[in-house]
Design a protein around this ligand. Structure first.
Ligand SMILES: *Cc1c(COP(=O)(O)O)cnc(C)c1O
Length: 394
């Protein structure tokens, strides 16, 4: 396999609940969840049941038939978002972005009134295929590769005047945003900013497109994170957690957009894989349960409070925590090397966290995280920090 990732030096043999187990039987509390994918942890009974039930029926039938798990899932995703809308399923997040780009172009050609191009945020991440890469505004991700020639306008997070000027001068077809920038540094957009974005876009006839690939499936406390701001997008991108651990993604398009693709305009052999869709329905059964949502939110609050205390105790190590719900970035003042060292030390003590933008400790825990898990994490984290302080002081 090509070395496109800097891998951690452990091999996983088993996952159960919120823990992973390596080949030697050592356990790791999983605060990364395969990058916001395993929202219910590992081997959740609802997921395993769906896997068996659908596995015994059929795995693949292609898009010349409808498959029932996918119809049900599409219906539920629409109910949870735009009410009147249609879904196009993909196998991944990047493919969801690609589908969105094509759909926006269809709209531009037929109803766009000369509008062209897409507004995106600095440090955004929308995928790594060539079209999606055009919308990913992190130089280290895109700089070595060719760029498709549709206009893209990069603006600063939170700068409303800049957005207003771009909409006026360039007449873009769409604005695309992650409600909480993920790999860009766990940067939550203010609700008032999202509301202003919606208003400005509406004034200029620009489409509002929200990338919920990382923030969706209840991660931030609402099913989709844009719902905190009370806005209504034209187009929503989803993936990561939606397939319960199997590849699945897609877009949800409102009435303006939902009938623009005609047979032959777009497609994929595999998506929506019946097994992925069946697992998706199992995920929704759990994450749409009110008691589950409440419990998960309470635990997220507890996690935030505990980390905030630690951050306050160590102003020499941390500047802030950012994010929303079960999506947290702890901005450290460590060097990239020290941050890697911290990650490794936590791993040695059985805790799996991510480092993004070189110095940010990123947590994407399962929504099933318990108070006991949080206590364990904080205890180990505190010990690692004490060591760091000693080393720094030495
Ligand atoms: C992960 C991610 C993508 C890309 O998804 P892949 O399945 O890795 O192609 C796009 N947008 C956001 C916000 C993501 O977090």
């Amino acid at each position: 396999m090509m070395s496109t990732y800097s891998r951690l030096p452990i091999a996983i043999a088993k996952g159960e609940g919120n823990y992973l187990y390596d080949v030697e039987g050592k356990s790791y509390l999983d605060l990364f969840t395969g990058l916001a994918v395993s929202v219910l942890g590992h081997s959740h009974p609802a997921i395993v049941r769906a896997l068996h039930e659908q596995g015994e029926k059929f795995l693949h039938i292609s898009n010349i038939f409808l498959n029932t798990p996918a119809i049900t899932l599409a219906q539920r995703l629409v109910e949870q978002s735009l009410g009147t809308a249609r879904v196009f399923f993909t196998n991944s997040g990047a493919e969801a972005t690609e589908a969105a780009i094509k759909l926006i172009h269809k709209w531009t050609a037929q109803h766009g009134g000369g509008r062209r191009g897409i507004v995106v945020l600095k440090n955004s991440f929308h995928g790594r295929t060539l079209g999606a890469l055009r919308l990913t505004r992190q130089a280290h991700v895109y700089q070595d590769f060719p760029q498709p020639d549709f206009p893209v306008y990069e603006i600063e997070v939170g700068n409303i005047d800049e957005l207003r000027a771009v909409c006026k001068d360039k007449q873009p077809a769409a604005v695309l945003m992650e409600p909480v920038l993920g790999s860009g540094g766990v940067i939550p957009l203010e609700e008032s900013y999202l509301q202003a974005v919606e208003q400005i876009a509406r004034e200029h006839g620009t489409l509002v497109v929200i990338d919920e690939i990382q923030t969706g499936m209840g991660r931030t406390g609402r099913f989709f994170a844009y719902q905190h701001a009370g806005i209504t997008p034209d187009l929503i991108l989803f993936a990561k957690g939606v397939g319960g651990g199997l590849p699945l993604g897609g877009i949800i398009a409102n009435e303006k957009l939902m009938n623009l693709f005609k047979p032959g305009d777009h497609g994929t052999t595999f998506a929506p894989a019946p097994l992925s869709a069946a697992l998706g329905n199992a995920v929704l059964d759990v994450v749409l349960d009110e008691a589950f949502v409440q419990q998960s939110q309470d635990n997220a609050n507890y996690l935030w409070t505990r980390i905030q205390t630690l951050v306050d105790q160590h102003p020499e190590l941390f500047s802030e925590i950012r994010g929303k719900g079960m999506m947290l970035g702890i901005q450290t003042k460590l060097s990239p090397e020290q941050a890697r060292h911290l990650q490794q030390d936590l791993l040695d003590q059985g805790i799996l966290v991510d480092i993004t933008q070189k110095t940010i400790v990123r947590l994407l825990p399962p929504l099933t995280l318990t108070q006991a898990d949080i206590d364990r994490f904080l205890e180990v984290f505190g010990q690692s920090l004490s060591k760091l302080v000693q080393e720094k002081g030495a």
